[in-house]
Design a binder for this molecule. Structure first.
Ligand code: WQD
Length: 339
């Protein structure tokens, strides 16, 4: 299949492009580079040996999306990964988050439908689940629009919009993939996560401490009702996550489908840090701080539906993720900027 990857030069996008090309598909990347660098697309070509067109532009602009179809189409499918994704930032910039994360969907769907795409895969999040009593979350667990931040709300709003669009386009395959916590990097060390500024998320922060660009790890609370008192999350290796997109696309059926992409195995902050120290080969400076506002004690999924219906199951664990993340970071201490 020929796939348009909106947000394709980003962390998940580049790994998904590699997985698509390795599976014999074709990919064209559309990215505004607000969260990445153009060199990431060159690295995808380096890994796969296949050139990957990168169009730099705004996926929320119908003219830009139409231009991609004119110049690089036709496309069988769109995988929509083009979104702002920092939970904390979203609370400060709600308008930016709602307009970008929804307008991109509107433009991609308007043009995609007009140009006859068969499949639309949407990058959603496990943070749409709203009732901790439902843990481990299945696709039937309670979701809500009344979530703690505009990022998660924008993802839930997208899901509602896409379900209604699927309802009136019976031949269209719409697949929602609810990610848990993406971590790790491609084993080549050529592509990886490269957040701008000081990372909000745990693994990039730990990695920047390991590489020396940040001073010490701050552990946000060790008084949660969890085995070691620190927060539990479902960390999914980005290579497994990318593979999940390929099988979801290859097995997409007409209608609207939702899948959790996670490992189903909760890992604590202490456990992740210990695993990262093992990958680095030394202890890292750390301090226990107060809880971060908005954090929950635990979130992780039951991934059985993706295994049952797609034959997909995460193959990699936290040690693989820390090893691969450190390989990427230690060979790219300044991320893509140093390239
Ligand atoms: C993980 C754990 C923190 C930083 C993320 C993304 C969100 C969504 C889901 C995709 C928590 C602790 C963190 C630090 C720490 N992704 N922590 N010190 O909050 O689960 O959300 O995954 O949709 O976009 O933000 O991930 O990595 O920020 O936190 O102790 O410096 O690590 O308290 O327990 P989170 P995170």
């Amino acid at each position: 299949m020929r796939v348009l990857l909106a947000g394709g030069a980003g962390y998940v996008g580049t790994h998904t492009a590699v997985a698509l090309l390795n599976a014999g598909h074709e990919a064209v990347l559309l990215d505004d580079l607000s969260g990445t660098h153009a060199v990431a697309a060159e690295r995808v070509a380096q890994i796969t040996g296949t050139s990957v067109p990168l169009v730099v532009g705004d996926a929320a602009d119908d003219a830009v999306v139409s231009g991609v179809f004119d110049d690089h189409g036709p496309f069988d499918a769109i995988i929509h990964l083009a979104a702002f994704k920092a939970v904390g930032e979203s609370t400060q910039k709600p308008l930016d988050y709602y307009s970008n994360n929804l307008d991109t969907t509107y433009a991609l769907m308007r043009v995609g439908l007009a140009r006859g795409i068969r499949s639309f895969v949407f990058s959603s999040t496990g943070t749409v689940y709203s009732d901790p009593a439902d843990l481990p979350f299945t696709e039937e667990s309670t979701t809500s629009i009344d979530l703690s931040n505009p990022y998660s709300k924008s993802k839930r709003m997208n899901e509602v919009v896409l379900e209604d669009i699927a309802r009136v386009n019976p031949d269209l395959n719409v697949t929602i993939l609810r990610y848990f916590n993406p971590v790790g990097a491609h084993p080549s060390g050529l592509i990886g996560e490269d957040p701008a500024g000081i990372p909000n998320n745990l693994m990039p922060f730990v990695s920047r401490v390991a590489v020396g660009s940040l001073e010490q790890i701050g552990i946000f609370g060790d008084d949660y009702d969890t085995p070691d008192g620190t927060g539990l999350r479902d960390y999914i290796h980005v290579v497994d996550l990318a593979e999940g997109h390929v099988v979801a696309l290859e097995q997409a059926q007409p209608g609207f489908a939702v899948f959790n992409l996670g490992t189903g195995t909760p890992v604590s902050v202490h456990e992740l840090v210990t695993s990262f120290e093992k990958a680095v080969g030394r202890e890292l400076p750390k301090v226990v701080l107060g809880r971060r506002p908005g954090d929950v004690a635990a979130t992780y999924c039951d991934p059985a539906k993706a295994e049952r219906e797609l034959g997909w199951k995460a193959q990699l664990g936290i040690d693989d993720a820390c090893r691969d993340y450190w390989n990427w970071q230690s060979t790219n201490p300044n991320g893509y900027a140093g390239a």
